[in-house]
Design a protein around this ligand. Structure first.
Ligand code: NAD
Length: 270
């Protein structure tokens, strides 16, 4: 029988945190051994299983990650950029796998994560679902085949509570498109349009953001040419797809060397 993998969840009181607890519980070869949320969070002291709607698991939510990280093999982190940077250092010291789903990281944050990954096993993706990672492959191919005379626009919609824009997934799809065209996304992206913008610049990659209701995550990549248009769409109906991806990433990372890996690596799509 294989050994049980001990997993901790940080940001356990959040929408994703609770979905992660349920996904871990559904895995026969994994066990939740720690649950962390920020100082002052209303969920501190509660049983993580009860909070996630499973009944008691005997794992009490704590604000101190140190003892939790010392007693697990992997940590699943869907929190906020500042928290994720701090956890990356602690996970590297504890030599555990750090699965990062947090979005909204700046370029500076990304550099710090890459530095931590020199000593740590980090799997990081703006979207942990199989469908979106497959879509990224299709977008890469479409962008490479069609060229800049097809205008590329990425439209996303998420629930009203989301705090960053464009979504990590929209940026991931933008990166795939830019890579397909052999250009740098930072140089080509248009994140906002307002007022007298002038005509669209050829080769740019546009983003549009919608927020509302309880939408888990919709993304459409549009390639608009003269007289025809292609639209590639993914709709997430349930956070379970992201949580299951994160669990899969943790299992995959257990026997890997230090490095910064993506969900495409986990899914064998690279
Ligand atoms: P949420 O606001 O419901 O939950 C965030 C949780 O993190 C909360 O419990 C909060 O208290 C906690 N937190 C914040 N700062 C903390 C700190 N310093 N220490 C410990 N805990 C802290 O948000 P959510 O909808 O669950 O999303 C969380 C993140 O995951 C966002 O960045 C979101 O974009 C991202 N996300 C990624 C994917 C993916 O597949 N990569 C999918 C869904 C959401």
């Amino acid at each position: 029988m294989s050994e049980t993998i001990r997993v901790a969840v940080v940001g356990v009181g959040g929408r994703m945190g609770q979905a992660l607890v349920r996904a871990i519980d559904a895995q026969p070869d994994m066990r939740l051994t720690g649950a962390v949320d920020r100082d002052g969070a209303p969920v501190l002291g509660q049983d993580a299983g009860v909070l996630a709607g499973l009944g008691p698991l005997g794992v009490i939510i704590d604000a101190d990650p140190l003892s939790v990280f010392a007693n697990c093999d992997a940590v699943l982190d869907f929190t906020a950029p500042a928290a994720t940077l701090a956890y990356a250092e602690l996970a590297a010291q504890a030599r555990i796998v750090h699965v990062i789903g947090t979005t909204g990281l700046t370029d500076d944050d990304e550099e710090k994560i890459a530095a931590a990954a020199r000593h740590a096993r980090i799997v990081k993706s703006g979207n942990m679902s199989l469908g979106v990672n497959l879509l990224a492959g299709l977008v890469h191919r479409a962008a490479a085949s069609l060229g800049p005379e097809f205008d590329l626009e990425i439209v996303e919609m998420h629930h009203r509570h989301k705090v960053d824009a464009p979504s990590g997934t929209a940026l991931l799809l933008g990166q795939a498109a830019a890579a397909g065209r052999g250009v740098d996304l930072d140089e080509k992206s248009v994140r906002v349009r307002d007022g007298h913008t002038g005509p669209r610049e050829e080769g740019s990659i546009g983003f549009a953001t919608l927020r509302g209701g309880s939408v888990v995550g919709d993304h459409t990549v549009i390639l608009a040419g003269e007289g025809e248009r292609i639209e590639l769409t993914h709709r997430a109906q349930d956070r379970t797809v992201f949580a299951n991806g994160a669990v899969r990433a943790a299992l995959w990372g257990i026997d890997k060397k230090p490095g910064l890996y993506s969900m495409a690596d986990v899914l064998g799509l690279t």
